[in-house]
Design a protein around this ligand. Structure first.
Ligand code: ZN
Length: 325
C-alpha cells in the first residue's frame, strides 16, 4: 500500500471519528412536536390474480360483559392476552379488485353507529387509491350498523354506481317495520341504520337481496355462516387455487372465542346457532388452512386458524406484513 493511501485512510478515519463525535455532542434541536397521526388504514394482499385490500374503519373497545360465558374463564383468557374488561377491537371492510369488477365487502359504520372513532373506511379507500364511485358491487355479510352503516350519508348513496347485495333473510328481517316495532328500544338503532341505508339504493333500483348460494361474480361466492343475524353470510374469494373467506362476525373477541368458541356475544341474534356455526367452521378452517378476512380481529383482520398447542380450541395466526411483488 502506498504511503499516500495510508495517509488518506487515516484522514478519512479521523474525519469519520470527528463526525460521530460531532453528532454525539451536537446541541439539542428544539423539541420536535409529536405528530399524533397513524399511517393510512389499508393493507393489501393478493389471492391468486385478485387484489384484496383491507380497509380500516376505526377502532374502539368491546366491554367483556357483552360476552356470554364463564366470567372467571373470560377474565383469565383476557389477562393472558394482556387485555382488560375493555377489549380493543377494530372494524374493517375488504375491497376486492378482480381485474374486471371492484367489489367492497362490508362498509364500516359510516359514523352512524359506535364510537366517533369509527367511520373512516371511505377515507382509507381513497388513501388506498380508489374512489367510492368506482365500486361496482357492495356485498354485505349482514346489516348491522358497523358493516352496512357506511353505504349512506345524509340520505344519499356513498357508492352511487354500486349494486348492494346481501342475503334476503337479513334484508327481510332488518327492513321489517313490524319486527322493528317489537324490538327492544336499544336494538331499534340497528333497524334504523339498515332502513336508512337501504332507502336510496332501493329508490335507485340498486338494492338486490339474494337467495341461494351461487357465485355472484366469478371467484366470489356466498358462504353460509348462520347465527349471528338471520342472514349472516360470508364470501369465499377464489382465484388460481388460492382462497380467502371473508367471515363477517364469526368472532368479536379473538382472545376468548378462539380458545373457547362456545363463548357467544350479546349481538348474536341466535347465540346457539352462532356457537354451532363457529365451532364447525373453526374445525374446517384449521384443517383447510384457509386465509380469513375478519371484520373484528385486529387490523388488517387477515389471518389463519390453527389448533392450539394447549389442546383446547384454536389460535388466530395473523398474516405477516409483506410487500407486494
Ligand atoms: Zn360487526
Amino acid at each position: 500500500m502506498k504511503f499516500s493511501t495510508i495517509i488518506a485512510r487515516a484522514v478519512l478515519a479521523l474525519s469519520l471519528a470527528c463526525a460521530s463525535t460531532f453528532v454525539a455532542v451536537a446541541p439539542a434541536q428544539a423539541a420536535a412536536p409529536m405528530q399524533h397521526k397513524q399511517v393510512p388504514g389499508f393493507y393489501r394482499t393478493m389471492i391468486g390474480d385478485y387484489e384484496v385490500t383491507a380497509l380500516y374503519d376505526g377502532g374502539g373497545s368491546i366491554n367483556s360483559n357483552l360476552l356470554h360465558g364463564d366470567p372467571a374463564l373470560i377474565q383469565s383468557l383476557l389477562a393472558r392476552s394482556f387485555q382488560d374488561d375493555h377489549v380493543s377491537a377494530t372494524v374493517q371492510g375488504f375491497l376486492v379488485n378482480t381485474g374486471s369488477k371492484l367489489v367492497l365487502i362490508d362498509t364500516g359504520a359510516g359514523g352512524h353507529w359506535g364510537p366517533p372513532t369509527l367511520g373512516k373506511l371511505v377515507q382509507n379507500l381513497k388513501a388506498s387509491g380508489y374512489k367510492p364511485e368506482q365500486i361496482d358491487l357492495v356485498l354485505l355479510t349482514h346489516l348491522h350498523g358497523d358493516h352496512a352503516g357506511g353505504i349512506y350519508e345524509n340520505g344519499k348513496r356513498v357508492f352511487p354506481n354500486a349494486t348492494v347485495m346481501m342475503k334476503k333473510a337479513d334484508a327481510d328481517f332488518w327492513l321489517s317495520k313490524e319486527i322493528m316495532a317489537q324490538a327492544p328500544e336499544d336494538a331499534k338503532i340497528f333497524f334504523k341504520i339498515a332502513q336508512d341505508g337501504a332507502a336510496p339504493y332501493l329508490a335507485a333500483g340498486q338494492w338486490k337481496p339474494f337467495e341461494g348460494m351461487d357465485e355472484i361474480v366469478p371467484g366470489i361466492a356466498p358462504y353460509a355462516i348462520p347465527g349471528h343475524t338471520p342472514g349472516h353470510t360470508g364470501y369465499m374469494i377464489s382465484s388460481k387455487g388460492q382462497s380467502l373467506l371473508v367471515w363477517g362476525d364469526v368472532a368479536h373477541v379473538g382472545a376468548v372465542q378462539m380458545p373457547h368458541p362456545e363463548v357467544s356475544i350479546v349481538f348474536d341474534s341466535d347465540s346457539e346457532s352462532a356457537v354451532k356455526t363457529r365451532e364447525a367452521l373453526l374445525v374446517k378452517l384449521a384443517a383447510d388452512k384457509t386465509m380469513i378476512a375478519a371484520a373484528h380481529m385486529p387490523f388488517p383482520g387477515l389471518g389463519r386458524i390453527r389448533k392450539a398447542d394447549t389442546g383446547v380450541g384454536y389460535d388466530w395466526v395473523p398474516a405477516t406484513f409483506v410487500d407486494l411483488r
